[in-house]
Design a protein around this ligand. Sequence first.
Ligand code: FEO
Length: 410
Amino acid sequence: MENKIMINESVYWIGKVDDRDVPFHRLTLTKGTTYNSYLLMTEKPTIIDTVDISFGREFVENLKSLIDLDKIQYIVINHTEPDHSGGLGAIAARAKNAVIVCTEPAVDELKEMYKLHKREFLVVKDGDTLDIGGKTLKFIETPYLHTEETMVTYCEEDKILFPCDIFSTHVANYEYFNDLAKGNITEDFTAYYTLIMHPHRKYVQNMIEKIKDLDIDMIAPSHGFIIRKDVEKFIEIYNKMSKNTDKGKKAVIVYSTMGGNTRKVASMLQEGFENSDINVEIMNVNKISKEEILEGIKGADAVLFGSSTRYGDMIGNLEEILNELQNMNLEEKLAAAFGSYGWSGEAIEVVQDYLNKTNMKVLNTSEIIKSTGMTDVEFPLRVRFSPKDEDIKNIEKAVTFTVELLLNAG
Ligand code: FEO
């Protein structure tokens, strides 16, 4: 049986090798993948992540041959996507004493996804530890790698990092460990990074900073090969590939503000671009000449237009600028609308309508969902009154997404 693989003297691999053509984020994984789950056989037996939802029942059946399910004390869910949490419904129903361990943003998702409203959860935060009877787990939050609720788990005694999606490869294989792989896995490892992690590279750097002082002998991810040889080399691949690769791109932010809140949003966007080493110019349409603004737009790779709303429309001279754009060749440039509003924020939608009449690539949420599967990037960017915590997150995500498009445009 494929699920009796031991990765050290007390940790079992209890996953599933999926050697089909696997549909994944509108792509097909022609090499298949694996869903790696782990059982830490301690005094308080603990499972780390599960398998794809298609294999939940099989997962539980296999696990029964290793352990009395009533003895399982914890189920750690590093990431809620159903290729890893998919077995949770099945195992939680049988392992009735197990407490589910996850981050705060994961709780409601898991409760809804697997009807676990009455189940006991242990919510962990960055740096928290958990004694599982002979071993200590440390939890490190890694938000947006690649979804908000993600964390990684580190076993201090075994020096194993369980990073779920991070440091994975999409290759169905029965060798399990990178040193036993039939070929060099670096190409598959970097291809996975590029596909899944690179759009979130700012957060990859945060993660690298958080794990840099851990003593890691083995990385046990949730797809593909377990890395027990050249661990540092594979971490360094992520480090290098996620470092800024400024290609001299430029963003221009053009705005008109009534009470100052749209200016605040514009300034936050500016700061985000600056932090990403993108050249950025910010222009208040009421203080800079139309000619100067149009010159700025011509030289930009991305242009963001913001307006407050008054009487259901834009304010200031912004409309005059937007009218000019329809007669200009702005192909290849990215464009987006944003603004702060108090009631319904019509101006933001009007700006978007104007942009849609140009030949720029106008960012909008619907297209982003359809083309990338990302549901947490909001365009046009709407902020009610002064930006609050949730708005600030949205602004950061909008900048990160735009920067990635700019850098990947070559
Ligand atoms: Fe492998 Fe984000 O799931």
